[in-house]
Design a protein around this ligand. Structure first.
Ligand code: COA
Length: 317
């Protein structure tokens, strides 16, 4: 690494500086445009419920590189690198390598036995490395990471009224009303019931993502219920304003059209907020999103992992 560059832990007061660097250094315009919410999702919001470490590379007084890392809330032996960005004019001088090396050591010191270059739900910026961040893929390979999964987002076009994503939900809602199913916008008071439904039906961290969608600006949630019992939900904006998800329908209600209605209600909100292309994040059922909103697979992510040599393993050798 260039002489004159030093690496140190950053404090949460430096969030605006980190966001400003990400606006310059995230080469994909859709990420640069949402750098502020994206950094706020990973830190400080994430720091409320898991260990987050943020490293900065400085040259003289200037912040020229940043790495956000965290421990998995579910399994403290797993570390994540959530974001890495280096000032464009200072690339290929070893800053990225040095930040990642420091982060690996810091995560090992916290007890992690491996590091994932992959999203750490419920607070994540991306599922993994977008393949178009090719230098980041090269860096991962150079540092011995192994690709173990692939993930993708789907894009729903909200740029014009004729898009299938903005198709009316009126007829479908009238049909559901005939089956005593009500569809409505969720309020903060609905959170306990929604979180309990998500946890009991799907497990994982969707309950926490719902907490990030309800009652927050640039975010929201719609639900379906029958006689007060939740049958499904769809949410958006938890990680960033243009991202949709999670959503889930009770298995017994699948096929009733609830999912398509909830999805398009959220997309309509996002369009009203000025979003022209919604990202359906880290997707499962491709045919559902393709059929319900004309969504297409667009962003593709490689997920990487690497075992760490922990203090414990080093001592025992
Ligand atoms: C990815 C990124 C952080 C790399 O930072 P960097 O400081 O330029 O990386 P380094 O100089 O430490 O590179 C270390 C190694 O990674 C590999 N590498 C990095 N950039 C590369 C490129 N453009 N092409 C090929 N290999 C590359 C090389 O093996 C390099 O070692 P070498 O220079 O000795 O050959 C930087 O390109 C960046 O900020 N990109 C935009 C944001 C991003 O992609 N973030 C990842 C998503 S979270």
């Amino acid at each position: 690494m260039d002489a004159g560059i030093s690496i140190a832990e950053l404090t949460v007061e430096q969030t605006p500086e980190v966001a400003a660097l990400c606006r310059r250094a995230l080469d994909l315009p859709e990420d640069a445009a949402e750098a502020g919410p994206l950094v706020a999702t990973l830190w400080p919001r994430a720091a409320a419920d898991r260990t987050v470490r943020v490293l900065g590379a400085h040259r003289e007084e200037e912040l020229v590189g940043v790495l956000i890392s965290s421990l998995s809330a579910a399994d403290g032996r797993v570390g994540h690198v959530d974001l890495l960005a280096v000032e464009p004019r200072l690339r290929r001088r070893g800053v990225g390598r040095a930040l990642l090396g420091h982060a690996e050591r810091a995560l090992a010191d916290l007890g992690a036995g491996e590091v994932l270059l992959a999203g750490n739900p419920p607070h994540y910026a991306w599922p993994g490395i977008d393949v178009r961040y090719t230098p980041a893929v090269c860096l991962a390979l150079a540092l011995g990471y192994r690709q173990d999964r692939t993930a993708w987002n789907m894009t729903a076009d909200l740029s014009d009224d004729g898009s299938p994503a903005l198709r009316s939900t009126e007829v479908a809602e009238a049909r559901l009303a005939g089956q005593a199913v009500t569809v409505r916008r969720a309020e903060p008071a609905d959170l306990p019931a929604l979180a309990a439904f998500a946890q009991a039906t799907f497990g994982g961290t969707w309950d926490a993502e719902l907490a990030g969608s309800l009652g927050r600006p640039d975010a929201g949630c719609h639900l379906a219920e029958r006689h007060g019992e939740v049958l499904g939900f769809a949410a958006y904006g938890s990680s960033r304003p243009s991202w949709f998800g999670p959503m889930g329908t009770a298995p017994a209600a699948e096929g009733s059209g609830i999912g398509g209605v909830l999805l398009r209600r959220c997309l309509r909100d996002q369009r009203a907020a000025g979003v022209e292309a919604a990202q359906i994040g880290w997707v499962g059922p491709i045919p559902f999103y393709s059929g319900s909103a004309g969504a297409r697979i667009e962003r593709v992510f490689f997920l990487y992992r690497k075992p760490l040599r922990t203090t414990e393993t080093a001592d025992s050798q």
